[in-house]
Design a protein around this ligand. Structure first.
Ligand code: NAD
Length: 541
């Protein structure tokens, strides 16, 4: 019997563990890293809870040691994609009618399991498979994933309690139905938490999923599937399909049951999926929900009153943490000429201190970029800058893919505010800096606003608080997440719901109720307590 009103108050954020030498978490993580490094996981397709092996095999390697195989995986064919759709539609019958607090209990159990038993499994898999250092893995695959689980339950409770008022002689309420069909989740390599959240947000609202994980994040993503199973998620609610995105996208979007896509990745991929949905529109039962967070060309705008050490730290961490492979990574900076030499000197001093290499050495602040395609793309931008008369490399610039895909933290200085690397997303540890004449601040703000098609994150540095306000106003549409005197990365669930507009996405704000509501189709029900029996208006009687 379910007749209790259960409340889910605003949760606390999961504390970030320190991993100090001698701490129990450090010992547990090191042990798990060794365990996972010394095995090769066989990753199946999972449909309706059943493991399927097609025998068409791919490999998952360590980006920082690309000859080391961590896992093999089985690729889907069209047949398995169709099976996954059927399985999701079958699971939907039960899942959509499961009381939402039971769904919430399963999600909250995921959070508890991840905070304890699965913490080091997920962190080690993210470190080895996606080349993150301890801290970057802890804030992603442990803390942010847990925060998404817990906060989403709180936000769902807010949505379900949003109800209309009753009228005289009638009762009204809103049912938040899940979408009429299945949702396709297409997830990126760079955050385990995003991979989890793109599936679990619709699932919490009663939807069922076909999940296309990123091939380069398969190890951690497969462990997520095991976590979901252990928490009690019924079979078929999430169907896990490693393989070609183009194939999975095409088959899913040709199904009349396709009800939405929850995407994070590049702008080009999302646009192609959007076009595919449009070309199939007549097949669908409803207009599909297209929710996507995509690329960025995130900026730091420095006012002449800024603190040079604070700017240097923000630019260094914002551009180079996780090798610049955050959608929010600082990748262009506008700085007064009077400040640039001191800021550059500070950034060079930081670069001289940091080491680059394997994730198992905790002193390696910088690890590898995700794969060879990415490495080659980043290297081509660096080489382009080396050969250009409008730019010079003032820090780093060396790339080496002999053992792993290593790119040094790199600063390109340019005299051209429209230089290629000021406009295009590189997705690597490269920031391009445009030093401007101190008396040309206003024009440079306009340049910053109009230079790139994206609108994801940005920050302003100024000790003159009124100047910061004016710049923030001028850059009103340049970023969906804007920071004052801070780096443009590091959004925290519950504090800075995340997403951008323009070419950066639909801005439905992961980690907030705006996103959850996209996975529902509300139905409003009016019940008249005593039905009228006379058609006439009072004055006609
Ligand atoms: P990507 O677009 O290459 O891949 C994303 C996913 O799409 C992967 O699972 C991939 O296999 C799949 N895919 C690729 N081509 C496809 C196709 N034709 N049809 C269907 N699926 C396809 O992106 P990525 O390299 O994994 O991630 C990096 C990008 O993600 C960057 O552009 C970054 O800015 C963006 N990103 C954005 C956010 C955000 O919140 N805005 C967050 C993280 C990453």
């Amino acid at each position: 019997m379910k007749n209790s009103v259960i409340t889910f108050p605003l949760p606390a954020n999961e504390p970030v563990k320190t991993y100090l030498v001698g701490s129990p978490e450090r010992a547990a993580l090191e042990k798990e890293l060794e365990r996972q490094r010394n095995m090769v996981v066989d990753i199946p397709i999972v449909i309706g809870g059943k493991e399927i092996r097609t025998g068409e095999i791919g490999q998952v390697v360590c980006p920082h040691d690309h000859q080391h195989v961590l896992a093999t995986y089985h690729k889907v064919t069209e047949k398995e994609v169709k099976m996954a759709i059927e399985s999701a539609m079958e699971a939907r019958k039960q899942w959509m009618n499961t009381d939402w607090t039971t769904r919430a209990a399963i999600v909250l159990k995921m959070a508890e399991l991840l905070a304890t038993k699965y913490r080091y499994i997920l962190n080690a898999a993210t470190m080895l498979g996606q080349s993150k250092n301890i801290y970057q893995a802890e804030i992603d695959s442990a803390c942010e994933t847990i925060d998404f689980f817990r906060y989403n339950v709180h936000y769902a409770s807010k949505i379900y309690s949003m109800q209309p008022k009753n009228g005289s002689g009638n009762l009204n309420h809103t049912e938040y139905r899940p979408l009429e069909g299945f949702v396709l989740a297409v997830t990126p390599f760079n955050f385990t938490s995003i991979a989890s959240n793109l599936c679990m947000t619709p699932v919490l609202m009663g939807d069922v999923m076909v999940w296309k994980p990123s091939t380069t994040a398969l190890l951690s993503n497969y462990h997520l599937m095991q976590l979901y199973k252990e928490a009690g998620l019924p079979e078929g609610v999430i169907n896990f399909l490693p393989g070609s995105g183009a194939l999975i996208g095409r088959v899913c979007m040709q199904s009349k049951h396709f009800a939405g896509i929850h995407f994070t990745g590049s702008t080009a991929t999302f646009k192609s999926l959007w076009k595919e949905a449009c070309s199939n529109l007549d097949r669908y039962i409803s207009y599909p929900r297209l929710v996507g967070e995509t690329g960025g060309k995130d900026f730091i705008f420095v006012h002449p009153t800024a603190d040079e050490k604070a700017v240097a730290t923000a630019a260094f961490c914002g551009a180079f943490e996780y090798q610049g492979q955050k959608c929010s990574a600082a990748s262009r900076m506008y700085i007064p000429k009077s400040l640039w030499p001191a800021v550059l000197k500070n950034m060079k001093a930081m670069a001289a201190e940091v080491k680059m290499g394997d994730v198992r050495d905790p002193f390696n602040y910088i690890n590898a970029v995700i794969d060879e395609t990415s490495f080659d793309k980043i290297a081509s931008y660096i080489n382009y800058a080396k050969e250009s008369k409008d730019a010079k490399i003032v820090l780093g610039g060396r790339c080496d893919k002999t053992v792993g895909y290593f790119v040094e933290p790199t600063i390109i200085e340019t005299s051209d505010p429209h230089f290629k690397s000021m406009e295009e997303e590189i997705f690597g540890p490269v920031i391009t800096v445009y030093p401007y004449d101190d008396d040309k601040m206003e024009e440079t703000v306009t340049l910053c606003d109009e230079t790139s098609p994206y609108g994801l994150t940005g920050s302003v540095f100024a000790q003159d608080r009124l100047a910061a306000e004016r710049i923030a106003d001028s850059l009103c549409y340049a970023a969906g997440n804007f920071y004052i005197n801070d780096k443009p990365t590091g959004a925290v669930v519950g504090m800075q719901p995340f997403g951008g507009a323009r070419a950066s996405g639909t801005n439905d704000k992961a980690g907030g109720e705006f996103n959850l509501i996209r996975w529902t189709v509300p139905r409003v029900i009016k019940e008249t307590l005593v039905s009228p029996t006379d058609y006439r208006y009072s004055y006609l009687k």
